[in-house]
Design a protein around this ligand. Structure first.
Ligand SMILES: C[S@@+](CC[C@H](N)C(=O)[O-])C[C@H]1O[C@@H](n2cnc3c(N)ncnc32)[C@H](O)[C@@H]1O
Length: 282
């Protein structure tokens, strides 16, 4: 977004008013944003078959492990550190009748409970924001991948529009590691850990625009919630409790920041190109 000289009142009311006369302003037309299923288009483009070995790391309730199985027809290992999530994932997998296809294990991305070289794809959606030791996370992901295996990472990064105070608050309230917002850091560490960056897909506000246009209205609802949470802060903080209040507000701001370009989600396709330990030793 360019911030140049101040507009004069004449320019502002004159030039701006003139555009109001066009019934269909450029920005009133859809820019045809991709929906969140574009993440699975990326996975589908890798050419994996039903014999692929797939790891869903930081799987939460395994909902995307199920999607990955449905997409590829293969077995999926779902790994998640939080006990309640592991239990919920096992329940969901059982309820879906997929116990022969999806195995849920407790573990973390820094210490994946799996043998070396045991996967063709590591799917990592919205997890690395919480990880302080990115190098350990990427090294262990590299370890469990077969040579030339891929890691698909969906991750949100900060842009130069994100102010320092906003970074501090949002990281504190969403247990986000501030360094995870730095995409140069991510790209450097990925290469250090033995990955080649095969593709970078900037999602930006696209998924959120799609949710507005398809009637889900996810971000405009978050905006309304943020307004209420801010205006009635003392009452709501007390009624909801400190932690839920902070998380709800910060989560709403996370969505709004993605929508207005302060945060930028991206999809990275990484390929295991070497043993990360060898690269680091050079
Ligand atoms: C925002 S949720 C995303 C969950 C799921 N991947 C999705 O896209 O719906 C972040 C997940 O990462 C998990 N997580 C946090 N730290 C982790 C770590 N060190 N290793 C693996 N998973 C972690 C959390 O427990 C949570 O399930």
């Amino acid at each position: 977004m360019s911030r140049t000289k101040n507009l004069s009142v004449d320019e502002m009311y004159g030039d701006w008013q003139a555009t109001k006369e066009h019934p269909q302003s450029e920005y009133e037309r859809s820019l045809n944003p991709r929906s969140s299923s574009s993440l699975f288009d990326t996975v589908a483009s890798l050419g994996l078959t039903n014999t692929a070995r797939v790891l869903d790391i930081g799987a939460r309730d395994a909902r995307y492990s199920i999607t990955l199985h449905q997409l590829l027809g293969c077995k999926v290992v779902a790994v998640e550190p939080v006990v309640q999530n592991v239990e919920e994932a096992r329940r969901l997998v059982k309820e879906s009748g997929l116990v022969d296809w999806i195995e849920v294990r407790q573990g973390s991305i820094q210490q994946v409970p799996a043998e070396d070289g045991s996967f063709d794809l590591v799917f990592c959606r919205d997890v690395l924001s919480h990880v302080a030791d990115l190098r350990a996370a990427l090294q262990d992901s590299c370890r469990v991948l077969a040579m030339d295996g891929r890691m698909v990472v969906y991750q949100t990064f900060g842009t130069d529009q994100l102010e320092p105070g906003e970074t501090t608050r949002i990281c504190a309230d969403l247990a986000v590691e501030p360094s995870s917002l730095d995409r140069d850091h991510f790209e450097r560490e990925a290469k250090n850990c033995g990955f080649a960056i095969e593709a970078v897909d900037v999602i930006g506000s696209e998924w959120r625009e799609a949710w507005e246009e398809d009637g889900t209205h996810r971000t405009s609802i978050q905006l309304l919630h943020a307004a209420r949470l801010i205006r009635a802060e003392p009452q709501l903080r007390l009624a909801m409790g400190e932690v839920p209040y902070r998380v709800e507000l910060a989560n709403a701001m996370w969505g709004i920041y993605q929508m207005i370009g302060k945060l930028e989600p991206r999809i990275y396709t990484l390929r295991r190109a070497s043993d990360g330990k060898t690269v680091l030793a050079q």
